[in-house]
Design a protein around this ligand. Structure first.
Ligand code: ATR
Length: 291
């Protein structure tokens, strides 16, 4: 029986809420896995404006929707509607996965799992290191949390277009995690050069370089990078951003956002279904769709 013929009164609904709902590979990732594992679930996109967020979560209970992924702009605001929030999601201050357990809503942050698994092979290099995080939005929060909690870095530079936002992130982590070795800088590639050069790890958490703006990069100076660095771009579309390309040209170890994307999805999938997703075959599936 094909996927559509399977849909009946026992089908469990999961999905993604955001506004606007941008092109996302999540429906494909989850629906393919439901199908390959013979699970009677369906994953749908829900475009919910901020004014309707509370109502839509009430409807989640009424309609018996099993779970949601949460994307822009709801990741932070949604916390107030949760009955329970995991330690990670609460410290990060953002929820990207909701599980409906008997009409009780549980909030998790599986982005953190994706970040930790992407950086795990470099753990020894990162302990006590100086790192630079570009961006100060929701994604940067997850990165800061993991760098402090899981990789025990000693110093974090935040580079962001709007300095007030990095200042507030700095204050937030000082308060929540008692980490006070954070310095903030305005995004100015030439002025940021020494910061980049002196960092063991540089992470781009902004959308600069995301398809279709593939000629953009948070820095276009190749001399920002060197061969002893690890350079991580959270973007997975394209797989090789200009930022990654520049870093690679200088011999840096590079990591794109594909693993993070797949691992966060696999962890959400596990929270909803109790089943594991095959990460390697899904990575291949999604990378074949990308360039
Ligand atoms: P996310 O949850 O994906 O992190 P977000 O909270 O909207 O999304 O944060 C986006 C980040 O990308 C911010 O750091 C933003 O910079 P500002 O704080 O100055 O808004 C950064 N960003 C987005 N577009 C950018 C651009 N064109 N140039 C520089 N930074 C940009």
């Amino acid at each position: 029986m094909n996927f559509i013929e399977n849909i009946d009164y026992t089908t469990k609904i999961v999905g993604i809420i955001g506004h606007p709902i941008k092109h996302s590979f999540s429906p494909r990732m989850h629906n393919l896995t439901f199908q390959s594992q013979g699970l009677n679930y369906i994953y749908l996109p829900f475009d919910v404006p901020p004014s309707q967020l509370g109502e839509s979560l009430k409807a989640m209970g009424t309609l018996g929707i099993r779970g949601l992924n949460v994307t822009l702009p709801h990741k932070e605001k949604i916390i107030q509607y949760m009955d329970h929030v995991s330690e990670e999601a609460s410290t990060v201050g953002a929820v990207n996965t909701v599980v409906n357990e008997g009409n009780q809503l549980f909030g998790y942050n599986t982005d953190v799992n994706g970040i930790v698994e992407s950086l795990f092979p470099y753990k020894e290099d990162l302990i006590k290191s100086t790192v630079t995080v570009i961006g100060a939005g929701g994604a940067a929060r997850g990165v800061l949390y993991s760098l402090i909690r899981n990789f025990k870095v000693s110093k974090i530079n935040i580079v962001n277009r709007t300095e007030e936002r990095s200042e507030s992130l700095k204050d937030y982590f000082k308060d929540k995690m008692h980490f006070d070795n954070i310095a903030t800088y305005e995004m100015m590639p030439r002025e940021n050069l020494e910061l980049y050069k002196s960092s063991k790890l540089i992470v781009n958490t902004t959308s600069v370089g995301l398809f279709p703006n593939t000629d953009d990069s948070p820095t276009d100076l190749a001399e920002s990078f060197n061969s002893s660095q690890i350079v991580f771009d959270l973007i997975y579309n394209p797989l090789k951003t200009k930022f990654i390309e520049l870093a690679e040209s200088q011999g840096a170890t590079v990591i794109n956002g594909l693993k993070m994307f797949i691992v966060q999805g696999a962890r959400s999938f596990e929270l909803w279904t109790g089943n594991k997703m095959d990460i390697d075959s899904m990575s291949k599936e999604i990378s074949d769709l990308l360039v």
